[in-house]
Design a protein around this ligand. Structure first.
Ligand code: SAM
Length: 289
């Protein structure tokens, strides 16, 4: 059974009385080469367990099952569960779980997997919830090796942007705190059923084994990044003084220029994650004095 064949997918959906559910971002891949490439490139260790989010009809799940030790596939749509049992029947190393990945306890679900080897994530994510899912995975502090996700190309550009570029934003700086992201390839919108409005890009996020950055106060670090990007067009002293009202603007400017060695007219988008750590540390010290 070719799970990327449009006729087959439509027949399966009819057989299980299902429709594509927009509210769950159901756009299924219809290109075997794309599915195989994602499965090939999502991880470099065959002994891994792969957490797949949103298996859909199971096309990517099947390719993952052929390459890696185990696959745990979490699908929110209970209507798809019998269909997945049917399409994945011969793959005994796949476990399908009917749950919302944002609500399930991943530590409990993946406890045994983490004990028995490396664990990575692979997903063709629904557009509406890409960033929350990615942030939830990063903030979970679970020791994933890789998180490989297919997302809207525009979001991929942002996540993989270099400091100072137009696409760079708060989310890029936050991501770099936890990991490094690289673009693998673009997938045109006509490679999905139904066809979405925009192209997608597969990115691979490699989590830092050891965190390279250690801010004095993590909350302050994230607050500094948010403040810098909330008013993107303002210079950094203006953007920060709108948020850190405990400090005088002169004090903030002096921290930016004299202590951190940055120009007074710099904007947040030019700062790397490392520079945000130094800046937030100095702000934290000044506020806690
Ligand atoms: N992996 C399949 C493919 O590539 O053809 C389907 C991808 S489709 C873009 C997204 C899938 O994620 C759908 O099956 C949808 O029902 C599921 N999904 C959406 N939100 C979810 C959530 N919060 N938790 C788990 N699965 C979710």
């Amino acid at each position: 059974m070719n799970l990327c064949d449009i006729k087959t997918i439509k027949q399966l959906m009819a057989m299980f009385s299902l429709n594509f559910r927009k509210e769950f971002g159901q756009n299924f891949l219809i290109d075997n080469m794309v599915v195989e490439s994602i499965a090939d490139e999502c991880c470099d260790d065959q002994s891994s367990t792969i957490l797949e989010i949103g298996p859909g009809a199971g096309s990517l799940t099947r390719e993952l099952a052929l390459r890696y030790k185990n696959v745990i596939a979490v699908e929110i749509d209970n209507g798809l569960i019998p269909l997945l049992k049917y399409t994945l029947d011969e793959h005994k190393n796949v476990k399908v779980v009917n749950a919302d990945v944002m609500k399930i306890d991943l530590r409990e679900l993946l406890g045994d997997a983490f004990e028995s080897g490396p664990v990575s994530v692979c997903a063709n994510l629904p557009y509406y919830i890409t960033t929350p899912i990615m942030m939830m995975l990063l903030e979970s502090a679970l020791p994933f090796d890789y998180i490989t996700i297919m997302i809207q190309s525009e979001v991929a550009d942002r996540l993989c942007a270099k400091a100072g570029s137009k696409a760079y934003g708060a989310i890029t700086a936050v991501l770099n705190y936890y990991a490094e992201a690289e673009k693998l390839f673009v997938v045109r919108s006509d490679r999905f059923l139904p066809e979405p409005k925009v192209d997608s890009t597969v990115i691979r996020i490699k989590l830092h084994k050891e965190r390279p950055y250690h801010p004095l106060n993590e909350e302050m670090f994230f607050k500094t990044i948010r403040a810098a990007f909330e008013q993107r067009r303002k210079t950094l002293p203006n953007a920060l003084s709108a948020v850190f009202t405990e400090l005088q603007k002169d004090q903030i400017t002096s921290i930016i220029t004299d202590v951190c060695g940055l120009p007074a007219d710099i904007r947040g988008e030019r700062l790397s994650c490392e520079q945000f750590v130094s800046l937030s540390d100095e702000l934290y010290k000044a506020i806690s004095k």
